[in-house]
Write a protein that binds this ligand. Sequence first.
Ligand SMILES: Cc1ncc(COP(=O)(O)O)c(C=O)c1O
Length: 378
Amino acid sequence: MQNTIYLDANATTALLPEVREAMLPFLDASFGNASSVHQRGQRARSAVDHAREQVATLIGCRANEVVFTSGGTESDNLALFGTLRAGDHLITSQIEHHAVLHAAEELQKRGVEVTFLAPKKDGRIETEAVRAAIQPNTRLVSIMLANNETGVLNPIAEIAKIAHEAGALVHTDAVQGGGKIVIDVRSFGVDLLSLSAHKMHGPQGAGALFVKKGVKLQPLFFGGAHERQRRAGTENVAAIAGMGVAAEYARSFLKNDGERQIGVLRGSLQEKLLQIPGTQINGNTERVCNTLNIRFDGVDADALVIALDLVGVAASAGSACQSGSTEPSHVLLAMELSERDARSSLRLSLSRLTKADEIDRAAEIIASTVQRLRNASL
Ligand SMILES: Cc1ncc(COP(=O)(O)O)c(C=O)c1O
């Protein structure tokens, strides 16, 4: 596994050594409950507070607008279940991650009206589609920032403007944007925004929800008064401290031209792979810098992922939560790809740790593997 070329960063990313360092004391001698009055407790509390500042700085909000959660899934659930009641109307899209889609379906069963917008063929949710779906009872518009399968970016600031004109709240699942593009909640104009630590070189099992000051949120869990009564439960101090450092590194990466650098590597991979005959990009529009969703005619992507794994390239045939399932990607089907084309599509996602020579080698390996699979099926 050491020598694997890891091109599945949208599934998860490696922990940065600095993140690990920041976490270790709280798993070891500096353990403590952030609610305890004694010094151990205070140390844990100050680690959580510091991390809150770091995350707030990454997304341009105040520290008290950050609620720590167990990850992107919980943040999405808290945003939706926390704001919607029976009789309300939710506008979301068909291309959301299942953390939003399945939450929306559950809310539907509980009496919330839901509109699932279809994307354009390029995978983008149009601002005008949101405008056309607004109803007098629209309470929340939840559209993701960057799609986890295609990387396609949605016009969140424009969507937020329209939703606010209609008096609705706006949530964006920014899990795949964290550390890849500059996120500024004020210029996006959103009320709620989800982040996950493990997509930006932080630990799995930590996330955050930005909740704009004044937005009323019904908690998912009941218990202690943690997170200003918005998320009961003893804080995962080590993971939160790790998320804080991950946010700080993400910010400095973005400040230092990181987005462009990953974009150059992704561009080079794309260019090389497009030289393979019968190859098309899915979502060939404005995308987050690290993601490439590409289809190879006549190749079964599940077989390709397995074949690539055997020769040292880790990739994915869809989102990680879906892999292993036999269903083709709901995102690609919503973009009007045929089932066959959806099943021939490979997701390649780079991280800050991806090296140029890995891209060159991966492109060669993918080209020869695609050729081999095509020959085998003749
Ligand atoms: C867009 C998006 N939202 C939400 C999630 C869920 O995040 P987590 O794994 O932290 O629960 C993911 C993870 O793949 C994602 O890509």
